[in-house]
Ligand binder design. Structure first.
Ligand code: F6P
Length: 327
């Protein structure tokens, strides 16, 4: 190993997202091509604490591009939230003489990276990887596009039975307290209604709409509910009680996190991985790389972790359109 060669480490943290592998591949290959040593850290901050580091080579990331999940594994670490856990992580980074850490994950992971920079002086760069798309400073996060397409595929299938059996289906999608997946899936899947966090909803009004629709000859309904609002089971029970119609709940669950990443996610992840290496080389720290339109931009972690007003406004606009198109 060359003596003065700088070293960086890369880890994936929090819920896995399709496209994380593409981002890891890009960080490793762009890093090595820029003359850096690159280490992979296994199981996110857990591996940082236990010192589970793997020296990466160009071939360590061969053939991972089309696969969902993350070859570096991922975890949520409670120990890392404590100062004692962070100290162990910092000691390991120093032991391996690592000058920069690339964190691929969501806002919980970025809060950890921010603590490493602010309290312990470690250079950190974030790459937004989460199906929730709940980060400020990047139009899209890695995995969100694949998750929407996975959920949409399931809804198209559900529609076949919905129409044949003339029923009401309530489909619960992921997204924590962010309406992103629910709203996009609602519009693209032709849902009759969408229940999302941060927006007022009225199940009484929805039941009246169902009754009205039935009188006009409408035979089937798909209602999307975001997990941050209620469970499909609960919403189904209310509608069944109030209308007397046959209602079925479906929870799509973790299938939304799996599968081969879409082309958009692979492109986004590859671009952001490379941008993270470049940002480190240029001396940046405590920031996330993201996309605004076609351009790469940097956003401080403190801002990236906040709720995005722009995304919320766009969500409302799409929701209104979904309701009009459902008439
Ligand atoms: O943040 C990604 C996400 O998939 C959320 O949409 C969901 O609420 C959560 O993770 C589920 O976490 P877990 O895999 O720990 O159940």
């Amino acid at each position: 190993m060359k003596k003065n060669k700088k070293s960086i480490a890369v880890l994936t943290s929090g819920g896995d997202a399709p496209g994380m592998n593409a981002a890891v591949r890009s960080v490793v290959r762009c890093g090595i091509c820029a003359g850096l040593n690159v280490y992979g850290v296994m199981r996110g901050y857990k591996g940082l604490i236990s010192g589970d580091f793997v020296k990466m080579g160009l071939r360590s990331v061969s053939n991972i591009l089309p696969h969902g999940g993350t070859v570096l594994k991922t975890a949520r670490s409670k120990e890392f939230m404590k100062s004692s856990g962070q100290k162990k992580a910092v000691d390991n980074l120093k032991k391996y003489n690592i000058q920069g850490l690339v964190v691929i994950g969501g806002n919980g992971s970025f809060r950890g990276a921010h603590a490493l920079s602010k309290r312990w002086g470690i250079k950190t760069i974030g790459v937004p990887g989460t199906i929730d798309n709940d980060i400020t400073g990047s139009d899209m996060t890695i995995g969100a596009d694949t998750a929407i397409n996975t959920a949409l595929g399931a809804i198209d299938k559900i529609r076949d039975t919905v129409t044949s059996m003339e029923r009401i289906y309530v489909v619960e999608v992921m997204g924590r307290d962010e309406p992103y997946i629910a709203i996009r899936v609602g519009l693209s899947g032709g849902a009759e209604d969408v229940l999302v966090p941060h927006t007022k909803y009225d199940i009484g009004r929805m039941c009246k709409d169902i009754e009205k629709g039935r009188r006009k000859g409408k035979i089937s309904w798909i209602i999307i509910v975001s997990e941050g609002v209620a469970s499909a089971e609960n919403v189904s029970n209310i509608i069944r009680k109030r209308t007397g119609y046959e209602v079925r709940p479906v929870t799509l669950g973790h299938i939304q996190r799996g599968g081969s990443p879409t082309a958009s996610d692979r492109i986004l992840a590859s671009r952001l991985g490379g941008a993270a290496v470049e940002a480190f080389i240029k001396g940046n720290s405590d920031k996330m790389v993201g996309v605004a339109g076609e351009k790469i931009k940097l956003t401080p972690f403190t801002k990236a972790c906040r709720h995005s007003k722009e995304k919320a406004l766009l969500g409302r606009e799409i929701y209104k359109l979904t309701r009009i198109l459902a008439t």
